[in-house]
Design a protein around this ligand. Structure first.
Ligand code: NAP
Length: 257
């Protein structure tokens, strides 16, 4: 299929179901001709992810819990074996314990803090390190998903806001490390989208409503808009952009009152 990503190979982490932002990104990359590989986080999800992947002609669907280094290594080994290299990494993974997304932030325990930062922030570092090995000599692009709760207080987002702040800082440091190899690293700061992960945040429906009333565009974002921004960032359209966090939120983040 022709398209601005024709011939490019993309590995996608974070599809849980057809509502996942990672799936919206996958569809847009596929529409631009990229060949895709997927990971899933558990047996339950395999049943959802495999049919979605196969529906767009993808034959590489691998298990990967990002808290397990062995599973991460196995994924990149297999992708290297099948493709001989990699052009694009999509990281759309986050997790925090439910209680840490409802009780006051000051109550966050050590374990909950570590879990959120490990899965939601450190995972980008380790996945990018492995991806960079497969991108050697050909350049590449990494894109991750973040949220404005990293910059401003969003009630109940709590430890996830702190994890996203670390994620965005990691994007800048990774961009610096890998720029000399022609590998770009960027983040999309998406407005709220109704997904499985979002349903864990207390008061999420109110967030959607508030954005639709107050954002400059007076609506919420469509996941396809996030996907098309990912196409821009990982394709030649975004060839001069790295270390950036780009808001795709109907403009909500610019409002002060
Ligand atoms: P989602 O469909 O629930 O996707 C989250 C993904 O993270 C799931 O596939 C989940 O798998 C995976 N994950 C969690 N723990 C994992 C682990 N240990 N190893 C591997 N994968 C793991 O929700 P989403 O909203 O699309 O989230 C995607 C990204 O977008 C996240 O980084 C999120 O913070 C970000 N984001 C979301 C919004 C929003 O409003 N939805 C806004 C801005 C940014 P399991 O289901 O198995 O845990």
């Amino acid at each position: 299929m022709a398209g601005i990503l024709a011939g490019k190979k993309a590995l996608i982490f974070g599809v849980a179901n057809d509502r996942s932002i990672a799936w919206a990104v996958a569809r847009e990359l596929h529409a631009q001709g990229a060949e895709l590989a997927f990971t899933y986080a558990g047996e339950v999800l395999e049943k959802r992810v495999r049919p979605l992947a196969e529906g767009i002609g993808s034959t590489i669907v691998l298990p990967c819990d990002v808290t397990r280094d062995q599973e991460i290594e196995a994924v990149f080994q297999e992708v290297g074996r099948r493709w001989g290299g990699l052009d694009i990494l999509v990281h759309a993974i986050a997790f925090a314990r439910k209680e840490d997304l409802s009780q006051p932030y000051v109550q966050t325990g050590r374990e909950g803090f570590h879990t959120a930062l490990d899965i939601s922030s450190y995972s980008l570092v380790v996945l990018t390190r492995h991806a960079a090995e497969l991108m050697k000599g050909r350049g590449g692009a990494v894109v991750t998903l973040t949220y404005m709760g990293s910059e401003k207080v969003v009630p109940n987002y709590n430890v996830m806001g702190v994890a996203k702040a670390a994620l965005e800082a990691s994007v800048r440091y990774l961009a610096h490390d890998l720029g000399p190899e022609g590998i770009r690293v960027n983040a999309i700061s998406a407005g709220p989208v109704k997904t499985l992960a979002a349903s864990g945040i207390a008061g999420f429906r109110d967030m959607l409503h508030l954005v639709s009333e107050r954002a400059p565009l007076r609506r919420n974002v469509d996941p396809a808009e996030i996907g098309r921004t990912a196409v821009y960032l990982v394709s030649d359209l975004g060839s001069g952009v790295t270390g950036e966090t780009l808001h795709v939120d109907a403009g909500y983040n610019v409002m002060g009152m």
